[in-house]
Design a protein around this ligand. Structure first.
Ligand code: ADP
Ligand code: ZN
Length: 524
């Protein structure tokens, strides 16, 4: 290993000269020193941590060319535009460029007229392209979004696996792999597949303390999301769903509630997708309802909230997705609307995977999501532990820290709910039951005469969310069952008798939703 020939002071000068920044962010300086000294590296920094600078500054300083492998065309273009504005000569090559332009770029490379070249991974695996590069003074390879190399990562891209070629063709040129997301397995995968040689590993803190982690029960998802967004009419956000169908569905519902939103998923035409991305970046669209296809390359700093309308497949994906909020460092919120039935659906989908190995891996990964959902202690600690970043102290900025779980003597409310089930002849589903408990009339309720019941309105001082949470617990505890053959009608069980008679004590968890600050005003 050659010691860095460039003293730190000149790095700061270069930082100022090329980018106009006065200080490095955590980790940048060491990573840059290592790259300049010719060492391979793996750089793990959270989204917004400033990964790009780690290769852009060396690229500007080095006498030669830096090749950046990047998975997304939109992202390449953004970066090249940005660098060009800074006066750092750069270009990109991807499938949208005609061959004549690619030839021009190679001419500029040969003439020493370019410092950085961005390429898609597919390109780099073509022998003719590598051959073209091999006659040029390449000084550094940077592989952005390096987790795409791992099959077990959430964003696997087959073309990435062939990036091992780099070390065959250019054994002595340093490779810098960068990612914002990599659990321990993915990290190992990156190192071995790229064949990094004695790499310098920078593992930054993954903590994003400005993002409040909030989990709430989902019982009327669309209405909850609508209320949440309407209360933040000045703020931009993303709502993630797990299917294209749900994206379309929810965005239509939000739009008809008067919310300025757009859908985004992989089934839409590229052109429309980039218009959505662009308008969101320019604050012309307030909310994007999206699948995970909306992710890489969102270069927007003022996203104030990210809502998970359905569960993510892995905790890593969750963290990556919420990491798009609050990149300006100001307060932001990640709201996860949890429903057991959504989680069961995901599990079923995982179970139906025919590849046994993959099924097991996915199950394990989804278990980490379950741990997070069921956390009884600081949620941030749960996530950070998953990234092997152990912290002793609770964060003070998640729903558990702000509003620790408590239990209460639930016998009376359970009796209210159960006797209402009995009086509605065990034909009411949860929505109907809650309406009766809260004394809300509807055509159906009066037709059934249920507005005359003694239990009609006995629970009117509690929110719908409160009652749904109680009912869910009564189901979990075996005091109620849902009869699927009868539109999920709630029916009593043998065990519910002792509750109705008051023969046993009953502790229930205080419903969390009722206390969540964003929900309190609209619903109480
Ligand atoms: P990442 O790729 O890690 O998500 P970026 O490289 O896009 O993050 O950087 C996020 C933002 O931080 C960019 O606007 C970038 O210009 C800015 N930035 C990076 N390094 C510094 C620094 N040392 N000082 C000030 N701003 C920085
Ligand atoms: Zn916490």
């Amino acid at each position: 290993m050659i010691a860095s020939p460039i003293p730190a002071v000149s790095l700061i000068d270069s930082l100022q000269q090329y980018f106009g920044y006065s200080a490095f962010r955590s980790g940048q300086e060491a990573v840059i020193e290592q790259a300049l000294s010719g060492r391979d590296s793996l750089v793990l920094m959270p989204t917004g941590g400033g990964k790009s600078l780690c290769y852009q500054l060396p690229a500007a300083m080095l006498d030669g060319i830096t090749i950046v492998i990047s998975p997304l065309i939109a992202l390449m273009k953004d970066q090249v535009d940005g660098l060009t504005r800074q006066g750092i000569k750069s270009a990109y090559v991807n499938s949208t460029l005609p061959q004549t332009e690619i030839n021009d770029i190679f001419k500029r490379l040969a003439a020493g007229d370019l410092k950085l070249l961005y390429v898609a991974p597919e390109r780099l695996t073509q022998a003719y392209f590598l051959e073209g590069l091999s006659s040029l003074p390449i000084r550094l390879f940077a592989i952005d979004e390096a987790h795409c190399i791992s099959q077990w990562g959430h964003d696997f891209r087959p073309a990435y696996t062939r990036l091992a070629q780099i070390k065959h063709w250019f054994p002595h040129i340093p490779v810098m792999a960068l990612t914002a997301t990599a659990d321990v397995t993915t990290r190992k995968d990156i190192l071995s597949q790229l064949q990094l040689n004695d790499p310098y590993i920078h593992l930054d803190s993954f903590d994003r303390p400005n993002i409040r982690l909030t989990m709430a029960d989902k019982y009327k998802g669309t209405e909850q999301v609508t209320a949440y967004i309407k209360k933040r009419s000045q703020d931009c956000g993303i709502v993630y769903c797990s299917s294209r169908w749900q994206v379309e569905n929810l965005s239509k519902a939000l739009a008809s509630a008067g919310i300025n939103c757009a859908a985004y998923h992989g089934g839409m035409e590229n052109e429309i997708r980039s218009i959505v991305q662009d308008n969101f970046a320019k604050d012309k669209i307030q909310v994007v309802v999206a699948t995970v296809a909306f992710g890489l390359g969102i270069n927007k700093l003022n996203i104030r909230y990210v809502i998970h309308f359905e569960p993510p497949r892995t905790l890593e994906a969750y963290y990556q997705e919420i990491g798009r909020a609050g990149r300006d460092g100001l307060a932001a919120e990640a709201l996860y609307l949890h429903s057991d039935s959504d989680a069961e659906k995901i599990l079923k989908r995982i179970e139906s995977n025919e590849n046994e190995h993959k099924r097991e891996v996915e199950k394990q990964r989804f278990n980490s999501v379950s741990d997070f959902i069921q956390a009884q202690t600081c949620r941030r600690q749960v996530v950070l532990n998953y990234f092997a970043e152990y912290t002793q102290s609770a964060c003070g900025n998640c729903d558990i820290c702000i509003d620790p779980p408590t239990t209460f003597d639930g016998l009376t409310v359970a009796q209210m709910a159960l006797s209402c089930v009995f009086r509605t002849e065990q034909k009411a589903n949860a929505d109907y039951l809650v309406a009766v408990l809260r004394g809300q009339t509807s055509e159906k309720i009066s037709r059934n005469g249920h507005d005359k019941l003694s239990t009609f309105g006995i629970g009117q001082n509690k929110t719908p969310g409160y009652w749904h949470a109680i009912i869910r617990q009564l189901i979990h505890l075996g005091f109620l069952q849902q009869d699927i053959s009868q539109q999920s009608a709630l029916v009593l069980t043998e065990a519910s008798r002792s509750i109705l008679k008051g023969e046993q004590p009953l502790l229930l968890a205080a419903p969390r939703l009722q206390k969540a600050s964003y929900w309190r005003q609209s619903n109480s």
